[in-house]
Design a protein around this ligand. Structure first.
Ligand code: IPE
Ligand code: IPE
Ligand code: MG
Length: 239
């Protein structure tokens, strides 16, 4: 236990997850990569239910990055199709008092998907059990650029004094405006990198990397990650 540690931290209020390893999971079973995405989507539902049960207030999951468009068209299509069925069944989540939010640039997505996303967000806006943020066509750098662009536009129009730009104003123009920073980041699949996820928001987040592929991820893995987290000593630059 690090020096200065006085007691266990509470369950993290906000958990961010990089849902990685779907392709490798499928390959090991001799299945098409899309089968891994399908299983990964089921795991996502299960983990969200569990988070709500144990009192986590926010889950932010990386579902599709701005770089994932580089993948073969058939894989991109399959992921979008999974999103479509998730959205059509989203009431399963929202009925459990979950608020759903989408982070990222929606404009390149199909019109019907954009409409479904807006509907789900609107219908679940007042739910308070848990907030589930799905990062979709999300890139941390693109997010920071979009906040900067918006503030620059207002300044150019004379509506904003550049000297009034501070961290909290900048933050309010990110996709996550109004959402507290993650306490814990989990990346399964054995990769040790952020892959452009929440670059701003993870400044003081605790990281846990796990050697399990996302479609094999269980509530026991989550418990293990939370257990590691609760033993950490968060200092935020202090002593
Ligand atoms: C994560 O799994 C899902 C997406 C990026 C959409 P991957 O598809 O990246 O799986 P691996 O990393 O290739 O195993
Ligand atoms: C990050 O995983 C994106 C998602 C999980 C949605 P990637 O599989 O795209 O990341 P890299 O390419 O291994 O860094
Ligand atoms: Mg991957």
């Amino acid at each position: 236990m690090p020096e200065g540690k006085t007691g266990a931290l509470p369950v993290p209020a906000h958990i961010a997850i990089i849902m990685d390893g779907n392709g490798r999971w499928a390959k090991r079973r001799g299945l098409p990569r899309n089968a891994g995405h399908k299983q990964g989507a089921k795991v996502f539902q299960n983990i969200c239910d569990y988070c709500r049960k144990i009192g986590v207030k926010y889950v932010t999951a990386y579902a599709f990055s701005t770089e994932n468009w580089k993948r073969p068209q058939n894989e991109v299509n399959a992921i979008m199709e999974l999103l479509r069925s998730y959205l059509k069944e989203a009431s399963k989540q929202t009925r459990k008092d979950a608020r759903l939010l989408f982070l990222g640039d929606r404009t390149p997505l199909a019109d019907d998907l954009q409409r479904l996303m807006e509907n789900v967000e609107r219908e679940s806006a007042n739910n308070t059990g848990i907030t589930i943020c799905i990062a979709l066509n999300y890139g941390g750098r693109a997010e920071i650029v979009s906040s900067a662009r918006e503030l620059a536009r207002m300044a150019a129009q004379g509506k904003l004094d550049p000297d009034s730009i501070d961290e909290s104003l900048f933050e309010s123009y990110l996709y996550t405006g109004g959402i507290p920073d993650p306490d814990l980041l989990i990346r399964p699949s054995g990769e040790l990198r952020l892959s452009n996820f929440l670059l701003w928001q993870l400044a003081y987040t605790e990281f846990v990397f796990q050697d399990v592929l996302w479609p094999d991820f269980t509530t026991a893995h989550l418990d293990q990650a939370i257990d590691q987290y609760t033993k950490r000593n968060r200092r935020f630059g202090g002593i």
